[in-house]
Design a protein around this ligand. Structure first.
Ligand SMILES: Nc1ncnc2c1ncn2[C@@H]1O[C@H](COP(=O)(O)OP(=O)(O)O)[C@@H](O)[C@H]1O
Ligand SMILES: O=C(O)c1ccc[n+]([C@@H]2O[C@H](COP(=O)([O-])O)[C@@H](O)[C@H]2O)c1
Length: 196
């Protein structure tokens, strides 16, 4: 059985933290991080607002991400071994792929592949504060959060909702352990339902 689970939502909502917790807790589980597919800096367009447009789908090499997902789909055992995940003898037929990223549900070829789509959110102030404590490979210039990051988050979320994408909202201000427990229980239920 193969299960693809999306850990999406806003920047600094706690996606990586939750994905890493699930990765440690679930058998035969691999993770693909969307952040690993950002295009090189010189390919990122500059908007009329003067900011490099990092927070749009075109800034990510989604074809490469899709190929990685296809590689897992065609042979999850081989994919797991190649990514240092040991296949457990007790559950050799169950394979889980976690996709983690801030624009997961805006990519049309991917959107129907998920068995579960989580969407982590925190209030604006909390998001802005968490973001101010992070240093990305390309650090945020002053004003990027309000000028580009937050408006793009709102735009893509609106589109996702208008397209009727079915997501499970998670409150990213809850303690990490509680979020992990909640998601684990839900995924285990999905596995049970899929096995019936
Ligand atoms: N449940 C939580 N409660 C409080 N802080 C959290 C929680 N989850 C993550 N964080 C913190 O928020 C920041 C962003 O977390 P991260 O998992 O990297 O978010 P994302 O991958 O969504 O950008 C980090 O400093 C992390 O330690
Ligand atoms: O990882 C990078 O190379 C990178 C370079 C520039 C910007 N980012 C930021 O990464 C953010 C998405 O990652 P995350 O973990 O905050 O969800 C997004 O809001 C971008 O503005 C990321």
């Amino acid at each position: 059985m193969k299960l693809i689970v999306g850990i999406g939502g806003m920047t600094n909502g706690g996606k990586t933290t939750l994905a890493n917790g699930l990765h440690r807790s679930l058998p035969n589980c691999c993770v693909i991080h969307q952040d690993d597919f950002f295009k090189p800096q010189d390919q990122i367009a500059v908007g009329e607002d003067g900011f490099k447009q990092w927070d749009v789908l075109e800034s990510l090499d989604m074809e490469a991400m899709l190929s990685t997902v296809q590689a897992w789909l065609s042979n999850p055992q081989k994919f797991a071994r190649a990514h240092g995940v040991s296949v457990q003898p007790g559950a050799p037929d169950t394979h889980i792929l976690l996709l983690e990223g801030f624009l997961l549900y805006s990519c049309k070829p991917l959107v129907d592949l998920y068995s579960r789509r989580y969407f982590l959110t925190v209030p604006y102030e909390e998001c802005k504060w968490r973001r101010s404590t992070r240093t990305y490979a390309v650090p945020d210039p002053p004003g990027l959060f309000d000028g580009h990051v937050w408006p793009m988050y709102q735009k893509y979320k609106r589109e996702m909702e208008a397209n009727g994408v079915d997501v499970v909202y998670l409150d990213g201000t809850k303690p990490r352990e509680e979020l992990l427990r909640e998601a684990l229980e839900d995924i285990q239920n999905s596995l049970l339902n899929a096995a019936r």
